[in-house]
Design a protein around this ligand. Sequence first.
Ligand code: 3H9
Length: 698
Amino acid sequence: MSEVVKLERHDNIAVVTVNSPPVNALSAAVRGGIFECIKSAIDDAQVQGIVLTCAGRTFIAGADITEFGKPPKPPGLAEVLSLMESSPKPIVAAIHGTALGGGLEVALACHYRVATKDAKLGLPEVKLGLLPGAGGTQRLPRAVGPELAVKMIVGGDPIGADAALKAGLIEEIVEGPASGGEAFARKVLAEKRPLRKLRDDDSKLAAAKADRSIFTNAVAALTKKSRGLEAPFAAADAVGAAIDLPFDEGLKKEREGFLKLMNGDQSKAQRYAFFAEREAAKISGVPEGTKGRNVARVAILGAGTMGGGIAMSFANAGIPVTLIETGEEQLKRGMGIMQKNYEATAARGGIPADAPAKRMALINGVVGIENVGDADLVIEAVFETMAVKKEVFGKLDQYAKPGAVLASNTSYLNIDEIAKSTKRPQDVLGMHFFSPANVMKLCEIVRADKTAPDALVTAVSIARKIAKVPAVVGVCDGFVGNRMLAQRGKQSEKLLFEGALPQQVDAVVTKFGMPMGPFAMGDLAGLDIGWRSRKDRGIKSEIADALCEAGRFGQKTGKGYYKYEPGSRAALPDPEVEKLIDETLARLGRKKRVVSDDEILERMMYPMINEGAKILAEGIAARPSDIDVVWLYGYGWPIYRGGPMFWADTVGLKHIADRLAFYAKETNDPSLEPAPLLKKLADEGKTFASLAAPSKAA
Ligand code: 3H9
């Protein structure tokens, strides 16, 4: 008998229960167990109906991703599903938690489905660079119609039980999954309902068969933001096959598409990213079993862009926030911006119409730092200078309750230094959110010298609770993300002095898959900030300085490295900038040369990877995959390239080290010399991945 799947008989109903923690993924053992138990139930003359349900926190959450890329083990999922669908006795899937991917495909091969109210049903394979490979693209359109199926398969987002009931994906909402499933099975028998096999039911495809634009429009809407990705388009093709081809042929087409994606580079990178994200939540160097502190209420200091965005992130997760400013005026402005932000999202349909009021009610705006007293976590998001931070943390010592975690949202300042201004450095750490904080998923959790393990665990778990992806990093200038970005910034500026244009550099970077190039990003952030800071420090950057002296501060002045039409954010190349660069180079006696796109890509990416190697050697990041998580969720690194360190391994570290050494010489820039760790790995023919514990991803 199977270890992970059990069969019980309650009178004439067989109950098959999968019990394979944590998420009942469809490992070979689970597939085998389901096959065996369903077959026994079919063969048992006493059994008239079958219920398939799961123990633990969830229904089957999908195929076991750790098996992908390894030699297949029988039975295949298709074989299991074919046995189930052709069962002469009705099978009811009783769902709770998340029925995802292969899990929903199992349920779709059942004759009926019921689910608990909080259940979620979806086919998220596309997020792993895949398409549903066990009939999902053929059965779901038959269950809910092609429009919703495209949304769920090409978009990858699950739907709740209410929506599933409305769409006909489930028959009933039940209280307990097993008991509800059993009661439903008895009803099916009592009412002598026919076996409902989705493979034989084309009724919901009729409209799209007559008018294919129903399907193509749905696909066009969903693939608008899929630049560079293969899976959404392949998934759409497979759903198209459900409309155009008979079931078995559609199934064949789906299988071909699935295997092609599974063996391709993009899905490998996306599966790696899935595990990297989960790995990042495991904090190295913290005693096992360390519990986080309870966080019921949060205080945020500063209602500016960052403070407001952070407050919204907590309110979105239902956690009450005290938002603190120094004056009524600033507070009113901050509260107003959040309100407007929420209303705009509701108007777009991004959140329910009553959400803005509900979420704003969770944010209590007040004046005065003395109001932090009831907060279990205080996040400071005030002006970014050490003196101001120290003053604020000194005051927190006085007003924050004992044991409250005290976090700074600084993007580069030394947290050890900040911690010194309190008598409780063990409670101090960094929580570096990325702008806009209510949207961007990354939170760098900065572990300072004296940060207590339980404070660190608290920050990581609260970040996950508010749907952020935490990555623990150490103290250094700019932490992981901005420290690496600074290397790219330095090279992009140097490239202008050698003959490249902003639009050429940006085009290479966006073609690679980043959402923006360094110059468009500079225009968005505002060029005057760096200009002022350079002036304060007596540093020159001739081209950037010349732009600012000409009043070109970026998007806010309609001109920067690019020009912008009024009301538009589209970056337009500007001959004036070209002239300004030429004049600057002539003044400095610099000669222009043709810079190739290949060189630009190497000089944008390799110095960042070099810095990543230094970050690893210094222990600022514990794992290469943590660095990748920072770039994936904080900077829009294309998920299908896995992150800079993963990508570096695919390019080859020897090649990267050689090219860096070449550019160091060629451009007379010792900072480009390969870092000792990179050089060592390159010389030994190793990868960054070899530094980490064996990855779960294939
Ligand atoms: C598929 O189904 C293909 C088919 O169409 C075709 C087949 C032929 N496999 O996220 P959590 C682990 S593709 C293996 O922290 P949560 C995870 O690594 C799949 N392991 O929990 C972690 O391990 P650890 C389609 C998995 O409560 C632990 O479980 N399905 C899998 O925050 C807990 O995970 C999906 O894409 C898996 N499928 O969220 C769903 N799933 O403790 C993927 C999880 O060692 N999974 N693990 O770090 C999820 O979205 C979330 O895990 C879920 C739970 C929402 C289920």
